[in-house]
Write a protein that binds this ligand. Structure first.
Ligand code: NAD
Length: 483
């Protein structure tokens, strides 16, 4: 763990072992199994750094320079970070390298914006009045992250919180703590003062829950499952704590009859198999016009059969291991439900290459009804549920017909159809003729049960800012007592 600028074991001395899901479960790391007592030290350090330390009082320009140095530090350590990310998650090394590089860019974007964060003025509220809206850092931010994109998700939160002038306590997933701990060390080396960026490791209930409970934490930013998010939002609400929630998804990919079928099939494969389907913005529901359904599915099945899966360290691997045995069992149980409820299994459905690691075959279902479990629940695996449609209205109703609203894709050569469709979709991130695209300039976040709040872009800074109204009277005010 990294608390107040110092590397620490858990006070209990206990550790959690991490094994590589892609390498016959070889032991690759041991992380401190933190408890509330450890979290208490980290919160105290972040509070002290916020209340009395230099970070919130620095100019935006000074913070920006240090954050640029963090970005440079990430790039200087790219190979080491990518290796840790690959081994802990099971994702392909080439993908991990790309993700670390992207994260350096997020730090650079946030660093650039950090020196331009402004408030507002009200100069038309009366001749003797002037109003200023002061943007201030929100305080201590507790950040809890999941295991699927550990470095991306911590880099979607921390630079925005630090850029706004906050201090943070981050609790990464117990499966994938490596790159988050390393990031905090890199930040320290780059000049982020001790106590500003703290990391506590261990299981959620043991070390993370206090971030929702403790009044010294001003904001809780949680990324993970709806189940845990709901629980933490309840605790935070009881403490009147601001919460940002980035939760699950069940992304639709709507394919109209005029779509470029080759491009759509490739995009659909990427959308559902990227990161072995363990992606909150996966395009896990294919909603396709019935006239092209057979042709598109033929093409998709043929691509799926050729997916280069294997050793996450392999140079050409595009499709790696899943995070744990337990998770693979959960994905398999969804496949069983799909079959039991009457969907047609076109491809896959079980483990592949079982002796080498946790690999699950690319899986395609056709003839899925919208009320089936595999059409409604987030599977978080490489499982595609196909539903046919005949009219655009039907397509939109199907796309909006789950409790989630995180992302959606529309495939069509007609821009008007595509834009009008995305306008009617209730999701925080929509793509036209692409999928799983992102850039630090653009906001991300959920509608409905997919979450609350927006990260990235200039919107992300508002999550970690307080806005103070400052009313000024120019000249003598109108007397209250009329003598
Ligand atoms: P999870 O909810 O099980 O765990 C997420 C984090 O919460 C982990 O660090 C975990 O240790 C911690 N946690 C668990 N119980 C806790 C508790 N009682 N108190 C405090 N912390 C607790 O999720 P996961 O399995 O790690 O990740 C998968 C989920 O994350 C999926 O639902 C996925 O859609 C979602 N996700 C969402 C986004 C997004 O941006 N919307 C991004 C990635 C993942």
């Amino acid at each position: 763990m990294l608390i107040d600028g110092k590397s620490r074991d858990a006070l209990s001395g206990e550790t959690i072992e991490r094994r590589s899901p892609g390498h016959r479960q070889s032991v690759i790391a041991n992380w401190p199994a933190g408890s509330t007592a450890d979290a208490d030290l980290a919160i105290a350090a972040a509070r002290k750094a916020f209340d009395n330390g230099p970070w919130p009082r620095m100019s935006g320009g000074e913070r920006s320079n240090i954050m640029h140095a963090v970005a440079a530090g990430i790039l200087a350590n790219l190979e080491e970070l990518a290796l840790a990310e690959c081994l802990e998650t099971g994702k392909p090394i080439g993908q991990a390298r790309g993700e670390i590089d992207y994260c350096a860019d997020m730090w650079r974007y946030a660093a650039g914006q950090a020196r331009g964060l402004e408030g507002d003025t009200h100069n038309a509220i009366g001749d003797n009045r002037l109003g200023l809206v002061l943007r201030e850092p929100a305080g201590v931010v507790g950040i809890i992250t999941p295991w699927n994109f550990p470095f991306i998700i911590v880099s979607e939160r921390v630079p925005w919180a630090l850029g706004a002038g906050c201090t943070v306590v981050v609790k990464p997933s117990e499966f994938t703590s490596g790159t988050t701990v390393r990031l905090a060390e890199i930040a320290l080396e780059a000049g982020v003062p001790p106590g500003v960026f703290n990391v506590i490791t261990g299981t959620g209930p043991a070390v993370g829950q206090i971030l929702a409970e403790d009044p010294r934490v001003d904001v809780l930013a949680f990324t993970g499952s709806v189940r845990v998010g709901t629980q933490l939002a309840g605790i935070a609400a009881a403490n009147i704590k601001r919460v940002g929630l980035e939760l699950g998804g069940k992304g639709p990919q709507i394919v109209f009859a005029d779509a470029d079928i080759e491009a759509a099939a490739d995009g659909i494969a990427y959308g559902v198999y990227h990161n072995a389907g363990q992606c909150c913005i996966s395009g896990s529901r294919l909603i396709v016009h019935n006239s092209i359904r057979p042709a598109l599915l033929d093409r998709l099945v043929s691509l799926s059969q050729r997916l280069p899966f294997g050793d996450p360290l392999g140079a050409t691997t595009r499709y790696g291991a899943m995070v744990s045995d337990q998770h693979i069992d959960k994905v398999a149980s969804y496949v069983d439900k799909g079959v039991a409820e009457g969907a047609e299994l076109l491809l896959g459905g079980g483990k592949v290459g079982a002796d080498a690691g946790n690999f699950f075959a690319p899986t395609v279902f056709d003839k899925v009804r919208p009320d089936m479990t595999i059409a409604q629940e987030e599977i978080f695996g490489p499982v595609l549920a196909t539903i046919g449609f005949d009219t655009p209205e039907e397509a939109v109703a199907l796309a909006n017909g789950t409790l989630f609203g995180l992302s959606a894709s529309v495939w069509s050569r007609d821009l008007e159809t595509a834009i009008q469709t995305t306008r009617r979709i209730r999701a925080g991130r929509c793509w036209i003729n692409s999928v799983i695209d992102g850039t630090p300039e653009m906001p991300i976040g959920g509608y409905k049960k997919s979450g609350v709040g927006r990260e990235l872009g200039r919107y992300g800074f508002d999550e970690y800012s307080q806005f103070k109204g400052l009313h000024m009277t120019l000249g003598r005010p109108q007397p209250w007592f009329q003598s």
